[in-house]
Design a protein around this ligand. Structure first.
Ligand code: FE2
Ligand code: FE2
Length: 234
């Protein structure tokens, strides 16, 4: 059976996304080093940056197995979090990245990849999804550990105010990325075997993640995520 273009397109897009994840993890870890963060966070950040490159390699192997022969097209300006541009101290930029990329992004990644893996039967797709699923749990935990660490620092009251103020925008971004998908397109059996998923499922999983993870995890840190979630329009 022939492999549709959508499979190659998606796997090359994943290679590009993994490069982006590694670049952001490297930059965040450098910032954590500069602010003198706890060494366990720095070790973990360095390990994550390397995991993401392994994910890029394995995603590329799946792309080649699907008949792909191009290289990833990396948009350099999206490959990092960039130098802080406002008057806030570096700690605030660390805080924003931890919440946006790790507490939100890596937390929803766990159930998303679990679902993708469940239906994937092609060995190259399965190899990547097996590895990612194991790693993403650690990446998610890193985010919540880092946020917890920031919220016991001397400026924690300021950080809490910032998270509360910016959470609606972070939720809006992730809803746009996953939850705002209204397409009724259903993937075929072949696409599913290659580790693809229908757009609608992304939205359903994001909403379930709010109830199961975001809300209770923020609650534990003294942050009420309900209002922010409701406010986050896409
Ligand atoms: Fe990854
Ligand atoms: Fe990750």
């Amino acid at each position: 059976m022939s492999i549709p273009d959508s499979v190659r397109h998606e796997w090359l897009r994943r290679v590009e996304a993994e490069y982006r994840s590694s670049a952001i993890s490297q930059e965040l870890t450098l910032w954590l080093t500069r602010i003198g963060a706890s060494p366990d966070l720095i070790h973990e950040g360095l390990r994550i940056a390397d995991d993401e490159i392994v994910h890029a390699e394995l995603s590329f192997a799946a792309y080649v197995a699907a008949g792909g022969s191009e290289g990833p097209r990396l948009e350099r300006e999206t490959l990092g979090i960039g130098a802080p541009i406002d008057q806030h101290p570096l700690e605030v930029h660390v805080l924003r990245t931890v919440v946006d990329v790790f507490c939100l992004g890596e937390t929803v990644a766990v159930p998303l990849f679990r679902e993708l893996r469940q239906h994937a039967t092609v060995p190259e797709a399965r190899t990547l999804l097996d590895r990612v699923l194991v790693d993403e749990v650690r990446h998610r935990d890193f985010g919540w550990l880092a946020l917890g660490w920031m919220l016991v620092q001397p400026d924690s009251a300021t950080y809490l105010t910032i998270v509360n103020a910016e959470l609606p925008a972070f939720f809006a971004r992730i809803k746009r990325a996953y939850g705002g998908i209204t397409s009724d397109y259903e993937v075929s059996e072949v696409e599913r075997a290659w580790g693809l998923m229908s757009p609608k499922r992304y939205g359903e999983i994001l909403h379930r993640t709010f109830e199961r993870d975001y809300e209770p995890r923020f609650q534990k840190l003294g942050i009420d995520a309900n209002a922010a979630w409701a406010q986050a329009s896409i």
